[in-house]
Design a protein around this ligand. Structure first.
Ligand SMILES: [Fe+2]
Ligand SMILES: [Fe+2]
Length: 316
């Protein structure tokens, strides 16, 4: 029988022993203060949680790989305001025992809604060349299907199915509203927003567990996106060099700083504003995800390793 307790419901089982199936997204033997142990990151469609195996961890680690589903027996613990699982038994679960859909985290927004919002931005682009390029790229059903299902990250913001399009629509929405405040070229920045992370389609392998592809690790989504957009623009006879140059710059500079993997520093107003909108959405959604994952009575979130801080849960 398929036994499953949603990760988001585990806080209601504190102190209890549970039996459940989860997908393993990370597995690592770590050195603690006194002993070594097996660290697991476990996931289902409702969230993810840390699991720890203290006894016979070496043998347990050989039973399965990252990306497998395992069946566990564990005590639900509250350690420093974080719900975690102390696993006493585990085994590899055969595919016939579960439905993989239970373990894939997905955007809370329906894909049809996100796709509609995405294409409404393309429709608003008046420049005929930019409009043509966007249609050429996203009217390709096979490619759009990959884009629609892709995650935007492995572990920080929008790290779930449809995460890439959700993030892209958010960035386009921010850029669109900012056009009324700053003198940016609207069509350029909207296209930049829609295309800035397009290379992520090739950077990540998605469901069931998200990981980097070799291409993603070795080349990265900024260069992959740049190359992809150049190839597509070449298919349009007479595509203006100046437009392509600006689009390429927005893609290659959207991480803002060399330390954050940016190929160039933003050197146009559109590239600078796009970078700030991209960062605003990535950081805000990342923090919102940490806040949502915290137990109800927690005062602080889990530690944010990327930004070196905890976040306080406002209870007003
Ligand atoms: Fe990016
Ligand atoms: Fe982004």
């Amino acid at each position: 029988m398929f036994e499953h307790i949603k990760i988001s419901d585990l806080k209601e089982h504190l102190g209890e022993e549970i039996v459940s199936f989860y997908l393993v997204t990370s597995k690592e033997i770590r050195q603690g203060k006194n002993d070594r142990y097996l660290y697991l990151r476990l996931q289902d469609h409702s969230g993810s949680i840390n699991g720890y195996v203290w006894k016979d961890f070496q043998k347990a680690a050989e039973e399965f790989s990252e990306g497998d589903v395992i069946k566990i027996k564990a005590i639900v613990n509250n350690y420093k305001d974080q719900v975690q699982l102390n696993v006493s038994q585990l085994r590899y679960a055969d595919k016939s025992e579960y439905n993989i859909e239970h373990f894939i985290s997905t955007s809370s927004k329906p894909p049809e809604f996100l796709a509609e919002q995405f294409f409404s931005f393309i429709d608003k682009v008046e420049n005929l060349w930019i409009n043509k390029l966007l249609h050429l790229i996203f009217d390709d059903k096979e490619f759009f299907c990959l884009f629609l299902n892709a995650p935007a990250a492995k572990s920080w913001h929008h790290n779930y199915r449809h995460g890439l399009i959700e993030h892209t629509v958010n960035v386009a929405t921010l850029c669109d509203s900012i056009c009324t405040i700053y003198p940016v070229h609207r069509d350029l920045i909207i296209a930049g927003a829609l295309l800035h992370d397009v290379g992520k389609v090739f950077e990540y392998s998605s469901a069931p567990s998200i990981d980097f592809t070799d291409l993603g690790r070795l080349v990265g989504h900024l260069s992959l996106g740049d190359q992809f957009v150049c190839e597509k623009a070449k298919e349009i006879v007479g595509f203006p060099d100046e437009i392509l140059l600006n689009l390429r710059h927005m893609i290659l500079a959207h991480h803002g700083e060399y330390e954050k993997g940016s190929v160039r520093l933003p050197q146009t107003l559109e590239a600078l504003v796009l970078h700030l909108c991209d960062n605003l959405d990535a950081q805000s959604v990342g923090v919102a995800q940490l806040l949502a994952a915290a137990p109800e009575d927690a005062v602080w979130t889990e530690y944010d390793k990327l930004n070196n801080r905890y976040y306080h849960l406002t209870k007003i």
